[in-house]
Ligand binder design. Structure first.
Ligand code: UDP
Length: 301
């Protein structure tokens, strides 16, 4: 297996526990490097395009860079996999639904994007481009593309540097600092443990009937963000308090919040039998454990 990453938001340290796996090769490089990507694709049987410049904080503060990086990388990877006839799994995002907060979102639910002047939506545009390219290649070229939409994946090794809430809360709790809940904290999300997300992705990758289709992957238990903060404090034994931070202070201009985002995962369950095996509390505990071990090892951010 070959991992290609430019380490712009990922960390080489995240693969350290796999250093002894002889079949794993790490290549530091960009998914927008046409020659490199084409060569690596030619050497592979299947390709998982997981790379993204992601994180609401990053997207709102660097909208142009993240838009172009995502579009160019996806174009490069998909062009190579279609040309070489390789099966491709493309990871899209629940962000493509935009502000649609109507309940459990199924794969054909409407996308409701905010104003084009709000830079938050540039990520939905870039990932929507990828989805359209994947389905267009399938229809016109017969490319064996599978698209998954991930809903708030969390777990050990995720960084809080680009805005993701759970690693941020855990870091704050372990430092006995206030947990910064944005808005009034009544907005909800459904958090999926990375272990379950990976199982869903692998089940789809190996299923011929998934080709040409889109699948939601995520947990369906909704939790208000303020409740997430309380649980992190409780489960870490922290003396931190919750601090409500207005959105205008939390993000640069171009941010817009969404109230709720919940997946309908019945398509994935019916096709593969997949079901989540871990709760949000399991995810909180695993992130706490991981962050404590990093603190113990005195690793940087
Ligand atoms: N959030 C928060 N405090 C933080 C970071 C995020 O209250 O320090 C909130 C954020 O406003 C959103 C939720 O947590 O309502 C999830 O944010 P994240 O960026 O992890 O995911 P997304 O907004 O893409 O679902």
């Amino acid at each position: 297996m070959t991992v290609l990453d430019d380490l712009s938001t990922g960390r080489a340290e995240n693969l350290a526990h796999l250093a002894d796996v002889p079949s794993l090769r790490f290549v530091e490089g960009s998914d927008g490097d046409t020659d490199l990507v084409d060569r690596l694709v030619s050497e592979s049987d299947v390709v998982m395009h997981l790379a993204s410049a992601v994180g609401v904080q990053l997207i709102v503060s660097n909208p142009l860079e993240s838009l172009l990086k995502n579009v160019r990388g996806t174009d490069t990877v998909m062009t190579a996999t279609a040309r070489r006839g390789r099966r491709l799994l493309y990871t899209s995002t629940s962000e493509v639904y935009g502000k649609n907060s109507t309940g459990a979102l199924s794969e054909d639910s409407d996308r409701i994007l905010g104003s084009p002047f709000k830079s938050r939506w540039s990520y939905a545009i870039a990932k929507g481009f990828g989805e359209s390219m994947a389905s267009g290649q399938h229809r016109t070229l017969g490319a064996r593309n599978i698209t998954v939409r991930l809903f708030n994946t969390v777990g050990p090794r995720q960084t809080g540097m680009y805005g993701m809430v759970l690693p941020r809360f855990v870091r704050q709790a372990l430092a006995d600092e206030p947990l910064t809940v944005y808005g009034n904290g009544t907005q909800t999300r459904c958090f999926a443990h990375v272990h379950d997300t990976v199982a869903g992705i692998l089940a789809l990758l190996g299923n011929d009937e998934a080709i040409g289709h889109v699948f939601n992957v995520g947990d369906t238990e909704e939790i208000p963000i303020i409740e997430l903060a309380r649980r992190v404090i409780e489960r870490s034994g922290s003396s931190s308090k919750v601090e409500l931070v207005p959105y205008a202070e939390a993000y640069d201009d171009g941010f817009e919040e969404l109230g709720r985002r919940k997946p309908d995962t019945s398509a994935l369950q019916e096709l593969t039998g997949w079901a989540p095996t871990r709760t949000v509390d399991d995810a909180i505990d695993d992130v706490i454990l991981h962050e404590r071990s990093r603190e113990g090892a005195a690793v940087g951010t």
